[in-house]
Ligand binder design. Sequence first.
Ligand code: RAT
Ligand code: ZN
Length: 415
Amino acid sequence: MQFADTIAPWVDEAVASTPVYDLHTHLYPANFGKLMLWGIDELLTYHYLIGESIRATGIAYEKFWAMSQARQAEFIWQALFIERAPISEACRGIVTVLHRLGLDLGSKNLEEYRAYFRALKPADYIDTVLRIANVRSVVMTNDPLDPVERDIWMKNPARDPRFQAVLRIDPLLLGWPEVGQSLGTLGYDAANDLRAGSMAEIRRFLNDWIDRMGPLYVAVSLPPTWRYPHSDACTRVLDEAILPICRERNLPFAMMIGVTRQANPNMRLAGDSLAKAAVGNLERICAANSKNKFMCTMLSRENQHELAVAGRLFPNLFVFGCWWYLNNPSLIEEITRMRIELLGPSFTPQHSDCRVLDQLIYKWDHSRRIISKVLTDKFHDLSAAGWKVTRDEVYQTADAYLAGNFERFLAREIA
Ligand code: RAT
Ligand code: ZN
C-alpha cells in the first residue's frame, strides 16, 4: 500500500489545478448587458438567500417584495449575517467569495463591500472571477422565447468563447397549447393543437436557433410527473421534432428532472419544490432513441441511486451534477461516492448552476474540496487493494471529472 501522504497531495493538487468546464450555469458575458449578474447586491439577493431570510425573519411576503433590490440586500445581510451566524451553505458561499476576493470579513460592513464592487468593470471582473475560481468555460442557459434574451441574440452579439450557449426549451415542451401562440408571433406556424405542418414549423424554429446560438446541447427541466412515452404534446414534440433534430445536429438532449415549479408562488423564484420522479421514463427514452445522446441530472436525493444505475445501462446517457437543492456538501459527498462506485470515471460530478458570476468562486471552491476528499478515499482504497496508483492516473481522473468527460461526450458520434 502506498503512503497516504503521497496520494492525498496528488489528488488535492490535481483537483485544485485542473480548470473546470462548468456545464450548466445561468451566467452571461458582459455584452449581454443586464443579463450579466454580478456583485454583492446580486449575491445577497440570490433566490436561495431570499428564501432563507423570509423564513428566518417571518417578514410578510408583500413587504419583502415591495423593497428595492438594494433594501432587500441590506435586509438579508442584517438577518442572515449580523443577527444570526451565516451557517447555511448559501450563506457560507458569500463568506467564501468575500474572503477569496480579499475583503475584510471582520468589519461586516456592507457599504465597504459595495464600494469595492462599485470600482470594478464587468468585463475585467469576469477575468478575475474565472481566474480565482479556475474555471475555463461556462455553459449558459439560453431561452429564445424570453423576449429580453431573444432581442440580444437577434443583434448577433460578439461571442466570448468562454461562454458557451445552450438551447433551453422548457416552454416548447411543456407550454402547450399556449406556446403555439408565442411561436406564431415569431413567424412559426405551429398550431395550438399541433395539427399537420406544426411539427415541421417546430423543427424549423429549432434549426434556426441552433444556427443562431451554436449551442452545445438542447436542455429542459422537467417535473417529477413527466412521463415518456405518453399521449401528450410533450411526447409528440420530443419524438417528432426535438429528438430528430438533436440526432441530425449531433447535440445531446439534457433533461433536468424533478422540479415542481411554484409550490409556493409567494416566494417567486425561491418557491420551487422537488419530488422523486419515476426513472423508468428516463430509461425508456434512452432505450427507444439509442441514436440520441442524453444528459441527465435529477433533483431528488431519492432518485440518485436509480439514476446512477440508469447511467450504467445506457452508454448514450451522460449523468451529471448535484443539482440545486443537492448542491450541499453532505449530499455532494454521498452522491459522488456512490457514482464513482457505480460509474467509475465516466460522469461529471458537478456543475455550478450559478446565476451570479461571483458564485463561481464559492461553488467551485466548496465542490472541489468534496470531490478531492472522495477521490482521495477511492484512490486509497484502490492502493490498499494492491494497485500501484500513479500521479498520471490521478491527474487524468481529475481532468475527466472536471472537464474531459463532458467534452468527449459532446464530440462523440453515436454509431
Ligand atoms: O438552480 C437554480 O437556480 C434554479 O432556479 C433553476 O434555474 C434550475 O437550475 C434550472 O435550470 O431550471
Ligand atoms: Zn439551472
